[in-house]
Design a protein around this ligand. Structure first.
Ligand code: ADP
Length: 498
């Protein structure tokens, strides 16, 4: 089976060309069982392709090829590996438009506001990590004058990477680029809702990398994800997904005593102080809430604490701006907001909206407008929502919704708002908007989160360590330290020269 690597800008055709395939051991293959499952366009509910229902037999083939390829890959000078990883980034950068369209088709994320940007960050991650190859350095230790004592960084071997559907390109790139540069092989298990674009990326990367070094399998958690984690030759697992699944993965890794990195959920607080620059804070809250991604982000600022003196003005300003956003076909350049990923998530988000309506004191504010195009009638569109009048103790403010539902909570006392922000199982990201430097610094020290921002709302950036505390996970990604800590072992060598 062969699919051309030349650029294909029609995502429907590309989806068809990739239908039913994994990319394993250097080539496209269907699942050994021949079983497949549907990949749907969430904007219409229609099937656009099939994906292989991979199982243990497919995992075994991918891991065996990875193990073999890794031995040779690790022998290459680090800079040569880095050059090849950076070259993956360069080649992928030529496919940004194509990858952006395909990811918009399969995830429902709008091309202009989300999908094209994600495709371009994907390429950047490979270029960034490729350049870090020479940083895989050890140390010399002044242990004894007659003993040359040093540490070296060695790869862990075959890495299993399990990714979700919300930003699959970015998350795959963060994991894969770092692991590869460090001398590892990688087998990715894609998310069942979004297997196509990451498959295309793998095909493109395989035009640069040695055969078998980087494989991808589509499939479901228990049948494909679990055998990957449990495989005896997988020596490290990096996982992004829900807290529940993260715990299952952690337990399975503990059985084998292998290290894991876990990027899990969030219910990230954003604090808006009375002295904040209102224009910037409003824009930052809309960006932070990820309304253009239908709120489907673990870092979404889904708990916004607004000082009581500016609460009403803030809500009115957010409302005005989000009302002006266009919901519609993700592939249409006019669209700001696309769809929820799947019927399952659609039902889950709607059940939280129902819960919000039942919450004592809550006021629901419905924003933007449903698309009117009849061909989108069966799409999983949910209008963005704000719930005001609630407290941090309400379920809607405590549980991760992963949808366009934002809780706005009034505050008046700074110590109390910091305590409320920290009163959460999660600790992924936190943001504060204030022009008072002392308050800003105080908050950055006290907020329990892995990624804290003041007066801005950046998403994951190359070389800024990203990852949470508490139930949001273990370990960091996207940076030099994360590559060294999570994708290498430090070996101590003592040479007695006497
Ligand atoms: P989400 O709610 O974002 O889909 P999940 O945690 O269910 O989060 O899924 C994240 C990834 O974990 C997906 O690729 C999914 O298939 C995979 N997964 C689900 N269950 C397991 C499991 N038992 N072992 C390994 N991976 C799993």
């Amino acid at each position: 089976m062969s699919v051309s690597t030349s650029i294909e800008l029609d995502p429907f055709k590309l989806a068809q060309a990739l239908s039913g395939l994994n990319f394993v051991a250097g080539a496209f293959h269907p699942a050994a069982s021949g079983k497949t499952f549907a990949v749907n366009n969430p904007a219409t509910g229609q099937e656009v392709a099939r994906a292989p229902f991979s199982e243990k037999a497919d995992v075994d083939v991918a891991v065996a090829a990875a193990k073999k390829a890794q031995k040779e890959w690790a022998k290459l000078p680090a800079r040569n590996r880095g050059k090849l990883v950076a070259e993956c980034g360069r080649v992928l950068s030529e496919h940004v438009e194509e990858l952006g369209r395909l990811i918009a088709l399969e995830t429902g994320k709008a091309l202009r506001t989300e999908s094209r940007i994600e495709a371009s960050v994907l390429a950047d991650m490979f270029v960034f990590f490729g350049g870090l190859a020479s940083e895989l350095k050890g140390e010399t230790v002044p242990f004894h004058p007659d003993m040359m004592t040093m540490t070296v960084r060695e790869p862990v071997g075959v890495v299993g990477a399990i990714i979700p559907w919300n930003v699959p390109l970015l998350l795959m790139a963060m994991k894969a680029a770092a692991a590869l540069v460090a001398g590892n092989a990688v087998v990715v298990k894609s998310a069942e809702e979004a297997p196509l674009t990451v498959l295309r990326v793998t095909q493109i990367m395989n035009t640069v990398l040695p055969s078998g070094l980087f494989s991808i399998l589509a499939g479901f958690g228990p049948e494909c994800g679990a055998p990957l984690v449990e495989h005896p030759d997988v020596k490290k697992v990096t996982f992004t997904g829900s807290v529940e699944t993260g715990k299952i993965v952690y337990k399975a890794a503990a059985e084998k005593l292998i290290p894991v990195t876990l990027e899990l959920g969030g219910k990230s607080p954003m604090i808006i102080c009375a002295d904040a620059d209102m224009d910037k804070a409003v824009a930052g809250a809309i960006a932070g809430m990820r309304f253009t991604r239908q709120g489907q982000s673990c870092t979404a600022s889904s708990r916004i604490f607004v000082h009581e003196s500016i609460h009403d003005e803030f809500v009115a300003r957010v409302r005005e701006k989000v009302d002006a956003m266009v919901m519609g076909d993700p592939l249409d350049e006019k669209t700001d907001i696309g769809t929820i990923i799947s019927d399952g998530q659609f039902d889950r988000v709607k059940s939280y909206i129902a819960l919000g309506r039942e919450t004592k004191g809550a006021t629901e504010i419905v924003l933007s407008a449903m698309p009117t195009d009849a061909k989108l009638d069966k799409g999983f569109f949910v209008q963005p929502r704000i719930f005001t009048g609630i407290t941090n103790n309400d379920r809607i403010a405590r549980e991760e919704i992963f949808g366009p539902v934002c809780c706005v909570i009034k505050w008046s006392d700074f110590d109390e708002v910091i305590a409320a922000a920290n009163d959460s199982d999660y600790g992924l990201a936190a943001t504060i908007w204030t022009t008072n430097l002392k308050m800003a610094m105080d908050a950055t020290r006290r907020l329990e989160a892995g990624f804290v921002q003041v007066n801005q709302n950046l998403v994951v950036q190359p070389n800024l360590s990203y990852g949470g505390v508490k139930a949001s996970g273990l370990g960091k990604e996207a940076s030099l330290e994360s590559m060294l800590e999570h994708f290498t072992h430090k070996k101590t060598i003592i040479i007695n020269m006497q």
